[in-house]
Design a protein around this ligand. Structure first.
Ligand code: SAM
Length: 463
C-alpha cells in the first residue's frame, strides 16, 4: 500500500504522528472489526454469541474501552447472513468513531430531555449510537443531504427500532429556520477520508492536497450554517476521519476565531492510546492514530456556544392529522399505545412519542422529513396492514404471536423466499430468530406470505 507522499509530509509536525509506525500499520493488512450492541434489543453484558455464524459460539469479550456497547470481533463474519444483524441487535461500526460516547457523556447532561441534531448522519453509525445514549423523551433529528444516502439512513433507523428520531434530507443551510433550537449538534463532516485508507484502498487514489483544501472550506461552510441553530450553552461535537490539520486543528482554530466557540476538554485514559492535540489558541481535540489505538484514523473535538439565546420555543403552525377514534380501533391491537400519539399522512399511520408531538410538527413544517417516529402501517378500509418498522420497534404489542424460526428458516425469510412452517395459528404473525423479531408473515390456509420488505432482502443465495 503506497500512501500519498504529500500526506506523509504534511503530517510530520502533528502530535502523535510516527511515520514508520504509521506506514507499517498500513502495510500490515490488519483489519479491525467491531460492532456496537443495541441496548434496546440486546441485554448488554449477556452472552451474545452467534454474530454472523451460528456455529461460532464464543461470547463477546473484547470490549472497546470508550463505549459501554462496543466490542471487537476476532474475525470478520458474514454479517449479511446473520439474522441478528437484520433484527437490529447490533450495528457494525468502526471502533474509533464510538468515542462520540465519551464526548456526549462528558459534555452533556444525558439524563434530561434533549434536542439533538446529527447533521451528516448517513448511513447512521453515530445516529444509532446517539439514540442509545439519550432518553426516550429526547428528540434526535438525523439528517443527510444526499437523498440516496438518506434512504439508507432511514432503513438503519427503522432497524434500530427507535421512536424518537426524525430523519430529514436537508442541506445544512436549511437549519437556519431553527435558530437556538438544539442542545447538541453532531457534525461528522464529509472529509478527505485518509483515516479510512487501511480499509478502503481506493480512497488513496482519490486523495489530494487540493481535495483536503476543498473539504476544509466545505467544513467551515457547514459549521457556519448550523451554528445559529445551536442554543446558548449548547454543545457541538465535530469529527472527521481525516488526518489533515486543515480539516482538524485548523477547523478548531476557525471555530474559536470566527464563531466565538469555547473548546471543551475531555478526560481520556492514557491506556486508550488517544492523542490530545491543540490548535494555536489552545482549542483541544483528540486524534486516533491506527498505530496507537485499535481502530481507524479519526478526529474529534467538542465546543460550547457562549452566545445566543437560551432556547427558542417554536410552536408548530401546521399540525399533522391525528388518527380518529374510529381508526384507533383498528390500531390498538397491534401497538402499545401508552405514551404515543398517532398521526396519519394520507393512509399511513405513524406513532410519535406524545411529549415530542409539538417538536415533530415543528420539524415537519421546517424541513424535508422522510421519516418520523414509528411507521405503524397502512389503513385499508377498516383494517391496519402492519408495517415492517412496527415489527422492528419496541412499540409492537406483546400480545401478538411470535413464530420462532431456526437459522435456515430465518435466512430464507430474509431472502424473501417461500416458507413452509408448522403453525396452527392463522393471520399476521411476527417471526423471530433467537427471540429477536425479524418481521411479519401472514399465514393463510395453505400458504404463508412473506412480508419481509423486498428492498431489504438478502440478494445473495449463500455466504
Ligand atoms: N455520521 C455518519 C455515520 O456515523 O454513519 C457518517 C457520515 S460521513 C463521514 C459524512 C456525510 O456527510 C456523508 O453521508 C455525506 O453524504 C454527507 N455530506 C456530503 N456533503 C455534505 C454537505 N455539504 N453538508 C452536509 N453533509 C454532507
Amino acid at each position: 500500500m503506497q500512501l500519498p507522499i504529500q500526506l506523509l509530509n504534511s503530517l510530520s509536525d502533528i502530535n502523535g504522528f510516527n511515520k514508520e509506525a504509521f506506514e507499517s500499520v498500513h502495510a500490515s493488512g490488519e483489519q479491525v472489526t467491531s460492532i456496537r450492541l443495541n441496548p434496546a434489543k440486546v441485554q448488554v453484558g449477556t452472552v451474545f454469541s452467534t454474530i454472523g455464524d451460528p456455529t461460532h459460539h464464543s461470547p463477546l469479550t473484547t470490549h472497546i474501552p470508550w463505549t459501554a456497547y462496543g466490542y471487537y470481533l476476532d474475525k470478520r463474519p458474514s454479517f449479511t447472513f446473520d439474522p441478528l444483524f437484520h433484527a437490529g441487535c447490533y450495528y457494525v461500526q468502526e471502533a474509533s468513531s464510538m468515542f462520540l460516547e465519551q464526548a456526549l457523556k462528558q459534555t452533556v447532561n444525558l439524563s434530561q430531555p434533549l434536542k439533538v441534531l446529527d447533521l451528516s448522519a448517513a448511513p447512521g453509525g453515530k445516529s444509532t449510537h446517539i439514540q442509545s445514549l439519550i432518553l426516550k423523551e429526547s428528540l434526535l433529528v438525523s439528517n443527510e443531504v444526499i437523498r440516496s444516502r438518506a434512504k439508507i439512513l432511514k432503513d438503519n433507523i427503522i432497524k434500530w427500532g427507535s421512536a424518537n428520531v426524525v430523519v430529514t434530507n436537508n442541506d445544512p443551510k436549511d437549519f437556519t429556520g431553527l435558530e437556538n433550537y438544539f442542545d447538541v449538534i453532531v457534525v461528522d463532516a464529509p472529509c478527505s477520508g485518509s483515516g479510512l485508507f487501511r480499509r478502503e484502498q481506493e480512497a488513496i487514489t482519490e486523495w489530494s492536497l487540493n481535495n483536503v483544501a476543498l473539504c476544509s472550506q466545505r467544513q467551515q461552510r457547514i459549521l457556519a450554517d448550523v451554528w445559529p441553530s445551536l442554543k446558548k450553552d449548547g454543545v457541538l461535537i465535530y469529527s472527521t476521519c481525516s488526518y489533515s490539520k486543515e480539516e482538524n486543528e485548523d477547523i478548531m482554530e476557525w471555530m474559536i476565531r470566527e464563531l466565538g466557540a469555547r473548546s471543551r476538554e475531555l478526560g481520556v485514559e492514557e491506556s486508550w492510546g488517544i492523542v490530545r492535540t491543540q490548535s494555536g489558541s489552545g482549542a483541544v481535540g483528540y486524534r486516533f492514530w491506527p498505530d496507537k489505538v485499535k481502530g481507524e484514523g479519526f478526529f474529534l473535538a467538542c465546543f460550547q456556544k457562549m452566545e445566543g439565546e437560551e432556547e427558542s420555543a417554536f410552536k408548530a403552525k401546521t399540525k399533522a392529522t391525528p388518527v380518529s377514534k374510529n381508526e384507533m380501533g383498528a390500531i390498538v391491537k397491534w401497538v402499545n399505545t401508552d405514551g404515543y400519539d398517532f398521526i396519519k399522512h394520507e393512509n399511513t399511520v405513524y406513532a410519535w412519542p406524545e411529549n415530542l408531538v409539538n417538536d415533530m410538527n415543528v420539524i415537519l413544517s421546517k424541513l424535508r422529513v422522510i421519516y418520523s417516529g414509528v411507521r405503524v402501517g397502512e389503513l385499508m378500509r377498516d383494517k391496519l396492514v402492519p408495517d415492517h418498522a412496527l415489527a422492528m420497534s419496541g412499540l409492537v404489542s406483546a400480545d401478538l404471536s411470535l413464530l420462532p424460526l431456526n437459522y435456515e428458516q430465518a435466512t430464507r425469510y430474509l431472502q424473501r423466499k417461500d416458507l413452509s412452517l408448522e403453525t396452527k395459528e392463522k393471520g399476521w404473525q411476527l417471526v423471530s430468530y433467537e427471540g429477536n423479531v425479524l418481521g411479519w408473515v401472514n399465514v393463510l390456509p395453505g400458504r404463508i406470505n412473506n412480508y419481509y420488505p423486498k428492498e431489504l432482502r438478502i440478494l445473495k443465495d449463500s455466504n
